[in-house]
Design a protein around this ligand. Structure first.
Ligand SMILES: O=C(CO)[C@@H](O)[C@H](O)COP(=O)(O)O
Length: 232
C-alpha cells in the first residue's frame, strides 16, 4: 500500500464519522496501519471532518515519530500507538464518544450481548476498561489509556479482532478492525448495540444475554474457519 493510499483510506474513514452519527465536534478519530511498511496514519487534532483532506492526515512510524504531515496528530495518537505495537493483528482503530456506548462507559457498565446483531461483531459482552490512576494521568494520559486497554484484553484472553471493542470507564469506546474502515464499522455496530441494549433492558429488565449456542453460531459465521458473512 502506498502512503497516498493509506492517507486516503484513513481520511475517508474519518470523514465517515460525522454522517454515521458517531461524533459531535471533533470527538473522535480513526487511524489505519500498513503492516508491510510499519507506517500508520491518523487524523490531525481538532480538524473539522468536513474539511479533512488526505494531505492533512498525519503519518507516523511505530516509534511514534511523525514521518509525513504538517498538522498536529490526534490527541489520542499515543493510545493508538500502544495498541498497534501490542496487537499486530489489528489494521485500524476508531475512537469516538458516541452517545449510547459512552453512556455505558461513563456508567462503568459492560455491554451485554442481547442479540445476534451484537454477536455478529463482538464475541460476547463488550468489556469495561479501568480508569487511569492519578499517577498515570499525570505521567502520560494517552499512553496509559492504551496500556489499560491492552491489560484488559490480555486479562480476558481476547483478541482485539474477536472482541473489537472496549469501553473505558469515565471515558468512551475504542474499536478495532482489520482496516481503518473495518474499525469504523465496528464503532457503528457498537453504538447501535448499546442503543438497542438500553431499550431491550428497559423493555425486559431480566431478559439476560443471548444463549451461548446462538452467540457461538453467529460468531463462527463471521470469524470461524468457514466464515460466511462478508465473504465475496
Ligand atoms: O477522547 C478525546 C477527548 O476526551 C478525544 O477523542 C477528542 O475528543 C478528539 O481529539 P482529537 O482527535 O481531535 O485530537
Amino acid at each position: 500500500m502506498t502512503l497516498k493510499d493509506l492517507r486516503q483510506q484513513v481520511c475517508e474513514a474519518n470523514r465517515a464519522l460525522e454522517p454515521s452519527g458517531l461524533v459531535r465536534l471533533t470527538w473522535g478519530n480513526v487511524s489505519g496501519i500498513d503492516r508491510s511498511s510499519g507506517l500508520w496514519a491518523i487524523k490531525p487534532s481538532g480538524v473539522d471532518y468536513l474539511e479533512l483532506k488526505p494531505a492533512d492526515i498525519v503519518v507516523l512510524d511505530l516509534e511514534g515519530q511523525v514521518i509525513e504531515g504538517s498538522l498536529r496528530p490526534s490527541s489520542d495518537t499515543k493510545t493508538h500507538l500502544v495498541l498497534y505495537r501490542e496487537f499486530p493483528e489489528i489494521g485500524g482503530i476508531t475512537h469516538t464518544h458516541s452517545l449510547h456506548a459512552t453512556m455505558f462507559a461513563q456508567a462503568g457498565r459492560e455491554l451485554p450481548c442481547y442479540g445476534t446483531t451484537h454477536a455478529d461483531h463482538f464475541h460476547g459482552t463488550v468489556p469495561l476498561v479501568r480508569a487511569l490512576t492519578p499517577a498515570e494521568v499525570s505521567q502520560d494520559y494517552e499512553h496509559f489509556t492504551g496500556v489499560a486497554i491492552v491489560e484488559r484484553l490480555r486479562e480476558l484472553k481476547l483478541s482485539p479482532l474477536e472482541m473489537p471493542a472496549v469501553l473505558q470507564l469515565h471515558h468512551a469506546p475504542f474499536t478495532f478492525g482489520k482496516s481503518a474502515m473495518d474499525s469504523l464499522k465496528n464503532s457503528i455496530a457498537l453504538e447501535m448495540c448499546a442503543h438497542m441494549a438500553l431499550g431491550s433492558a428497559s423493555l425486559h429488565p431480566t431478559i439476560g444475554s443471548i444463549p451461548g449456542h446462538i452467540l457461538e453460531k453467529h460468531h463462527l459465521r463471521k470469524h470461524g474457519p468457514d466464515a460466511y458473512y462478508g465473504q465475496k
